[in-house]
Ligand binder design. Structure first.
Ligand code: HEM
Length: 400
């Protein structure tokens, strides 16, 4: 008896792969926007592998954290490569996830019946932010230390229980090496476990309802149990994905080898100095992918209302499936109101990212407020503009 037969009689591995690859059908009009999910998986594997090797040399104590990272960069064979794979991977993760989320917004992939899939994505997004933030603290450089202080002060602003949560997160009365050790535990155990579990669920949820597509329509016509215009995931999509993943990795490695700091956006210049509680850096700025949310916080004159607005900006993502009342899913068939609103959303989000990174000034405040207004209008006015908008009927479809 062959080994595969022996295994399959006990655990139906082949059936599982058939069910999720060869007999899993997807629309054949999926375009390049549908590559970002698989890119996210590739980056996740990169983060887990490079993180595993970093942990072999990293020491999470106040005295040694900074120098252990320097040791990895200078003394450990290929330590610089492992670290740059990890730091570049963190930024790549957010680039890929922002594109992945934008695609879902563009094509209405959050709409019925994919609400739970979307919600699992939102939880993943929050977990990724927490994972990135706790990782940023670990090199224990100046920006690690002071950015932690800023975030802790934001947590303290939460009206009910803020102080208690902040103290639990810090493990001390102020940010100290106890905090560092705690963040290490969050970064290497808690959040990776949550992310892995959520990715697993995300894919299960996706396979329960199937992929949406750029037209946002599900064909009514079924031929031999398969919707018209659908192809098996393997080999049609897998071969395409492998080709694009190769290209993605080439680009990714080009950054790792030739521009790992990316002008200070992927690794901050300030973080090359060890954490010093007595010297505040002139301009404490958040890492680029968190800066849109930081800009919202700064745009509101009252600090505690700013914290509420920042939390709300994330909560609104969860509510998206219930805010959109357009009769069609995809932006291709939505009318001018929805299209303009999506444009305003993109400009506002990118704008928030830019101003969140600039030192405070009169113009930064004005622009920050305008972009915050744009961001919130997209969500809060959606029930109105999506309802009263014109729409085009997708070809060959009588409704959604
Ligand atoms: C670690 C993070 C993530 C991984 C590894 C991941 C992976 C994937 C994969 C492989 C797919 C199928 C291919 C594709 O449609 O691109 C997918 C689909 C989807 N993901 Fe994610 N995802 C992640 C995060 C997110 C986030 C943050 C959101 C939204 C908040 C999200 C929402 C969706 C939706 C709505 C779909 C279905 C899209 C469609 O069918 O049009 N995902 N995801």
């Amino acid at each position: 008896m062959s080994l595969s037969k022996w295994v399959n009689q006990r655990v139906p591995v082949s059936d599982f792969f058939d069910h999720h690859l060869r007999q899993y059908y997807v629309p054949k009009n999926l375009n390049i926007w549908y590559l970002f999910g698989v890119f996210a998986m590739v980056v996740l594997v990169n983060q887990l592998l490079s993180g595993f090797f970093l942990v072999m040399y990293y020491t999470p104590t106040g005295d040694d954290a900074f120098s252990s990272v320097e040791f990895i960069m200078r003394e450990v064979p290929y330590g610089w490569l492992i670290r740059y794979l990890h730091t570049t991977g963190a930024s790549a993760f957010f680039i890929v996830i922002f594109m992945h989320m934008y695609r879902s917004i563009m094509y209405g992939s959050y709409r019925k019946p994919r609400e739970i899939l979307w919600l699992s994505g939102c939880i993943l997004f929050l977990s990724l932010m927490a994972e990135a933030y706790t990782g940023y603290v670990l090199p224990w450089g100046q920006m690690s230390f002071w950015a932690t202080k800023v975030i802790i002060s934001i947590i303290q602003l939460i009206p009910i229980g803020g102080e208690a949560i902040a103290q639990w997160v810090m493990g001390d009365v102020s940010v100290s090496e106890v905090t560092l050790h705690r963040f290490f535990a969050f970064h290497v155990i808690l959040f990776p476990a949550i992310i892995l579990a959520m990715v697993f669920l995300h894919i299960i949820f996706l396979h329960c309802v199937g992929s949406n597509n750029p037209d946002g329509v599900t064909p009514k016509q079924i031929i031999d149990g398969v919707p018209k215009g659908y192809v098996p995931f393997h080999p049609y999509i897998t071969t395409k994905d492998i080709a694009y993943v190769t290209l993605f990795l080439l680009l990714f490695l080009a950054v790792v080898f030739y521009a790992p700091r990316m002008g200070g956006y992927f690794i901050e210049a300030e973080n090359y100095a060890p954490a010093n509680p007595l010297v505040t850096p002139a301009h404490i700025r958040p890492v680029w992918y968190l800066s849109p949310f930081f800009a919202i916080l700064r745009a509101i004159p009252s600090q505690s209302l700013g914290a509420v607005a920042m939390v709300l900006s994330l909560v609104l993502l969860f509510l998206l499936p219930w805010l959109d009342s357009s009769p069609v899913r995809s932006i291709r068939y939505k009318g001018p109101y929805c299209q303009v609103a999506l444009g305003i959303f993109v400009v506002s989000f990118v704008g928030l990212g830019v101003v969140g990174n600039l030192p405070p000034s009169h113009w930064v405040t004005i622009l920050g407020r305008a972009f915050t207004l744009g961001y919130f209008s997209f969500f809060l006015l959606m029930p109105l503009y999506s309802r009263f908008d014109r729409f085009k009927r997708p070809p060959g479809v009588s409704g959604l």
